[in-house]
Design a protein around this ligand. Sequence first.
Ligand code: NAD
Length: 520
Amino acid sequence: MSTTPQPSSPAADAAKPSAEQLPCLNPATGQIITSLDVANDADIDAMVNAARQAAPSWSALSIQRRSELLVRARDIMLDRRDELLDLMISETGKPRSDATIDLLNLSETISYYTSNGPRLLADRHVSTRLLRNKRIKVQYMPRGLITNISPWNYPLDLAWSPLIPALLAGNVVINKPSEVTPLISLKFLEILREAGLPTGVAQVAIGFGAVGAALIERSDFVCFTGSVATGRKVGVACAQRLIPCTLELGGKDPAIVLADADVERTAHGLVFGAFFNSGQTCVSIERVYVVEDVYEELIDAVVRHTRSLRQGIDENFSVDVGSMIFPNQLKIVDEHVQDAVDKGARVRTGGRQNPDFPDGHFYEPTILTGVTHDMKIMTEETFGPVLPIMKVRDAQEALTHANNSPYGLNASVWTQDQARGRALARRLESGNVCINDCMINYLAVEAPFGGVKNSGIGRRKGEAEIRKYCHEKTVLEDIFGLGREPVWFPYSPQVGQGLDKAMGLLYRTGLGNKIKELLG
Ligand code: NAD
């Protein structure tokens, strides 16, 4: 039995019992690209067994060796990037630039963790105040099998970037890509194998939610990126098994525009933040609060820039906005826009499916004004190319609206007064904030990324990500080798009174800190 489901061929199908099929579609044209076998329970067991068998020798390799193999995979990916971009575009309908950024994210992740992993996972000496006669080190022990369950919107980066630090740390890994975009994940798996990763160390499980659920039952850590509804189920399933997880969920990212904002830069930024990847980005700008003094001028600029966007199927970096992923996503966008219009919003541009592409899922980049918090477009994740803009009196009103949300992933503040921008950033209930910018923080692999409230639990990226895939193991060594430690049995009044005095000295007089300072 194959541990990696492959595109089915007629010859292969004749030789084995028929599996449930997953058709892979091009959303821009509606054409079927290929069809894959969905993993059944026996396939998943076989994958998990292969992973467990591969684990001891993979974790026994030096981190330098594991780094070499991953760097080789990155280089093969970069050599073959045209092939990968073509595949990703056919699976998602993205413009080529959007797909390039997805590939860049994975390249950057590999470069950062392979360069810094050896330092981040080196044994760490811990100096203590109390136990001066002991040597204490923290070691990083791989957790075992890490499963990453990923969505369709960045199908290469989100399938593999979380698994790069996991692999480097000595874990074995399985990706369960979205059922909508499995092909690019399989392609990177092929590259990992070509780079020399042993069988079983990295695998891809093809299928729907049930495959993700089955993997959670068999894994030691789960990294999940997707919707709040599914994230909640994943969190519960992990809690039942007492395994840790990271949940990267949805957002309703606010932008606050103050009266002193640079209008042209802000308008360009809002249009990019709202329509990049057809608005199908967890950190898309999904609602804007503009202080009244600059409202009309900003609307004019935003509408002008939106109308100049080129929508279509991309050949060579010449399209700005592509297709959406599938009909249901288009339906949500349409519902949110209709709900807003029914409640009094005004469509300034767009507001409908693009009639030039009847076979794809193209929704015109849309600007709405006259919006309120009674409308879904201002409160629920839309995940499409719509930018609703609301006029507010001042920064305080904007902040109150921005924080009035169950989400808290990314946010942005637009002002030429840096100090004011920083002060507002501090008061925003959000995992990430950009000042006079948007989204780009996601490319900073060195910095933690994640949400507050319903936008998620835990963080990705940054120094902590590679360590979270390890158990921190504290190893204490005795230094002096006395025949018996003073606090061991038998207890005596002298030792008891000595401890009592020591507590007074340590905690009431500050002597403990002075001793630590002196001893270093
Ligand atoms: P989704 O929740 O529908 O699916 C995500 C993955 O979960 C898929 O692979 C799916 O097959 C799997 N799945 C479904 N049911 C499952 C179950 N019961 N157990 C285990 N796995 C299961 O999300 P989607 O539509 O693919 O992605 C869009 C969502 O992802 C949006 O809400 C977006 O905001 C979010 N997202 C968040 C981030 C972030 O970093 N915070 C990044 C990208 C996307």
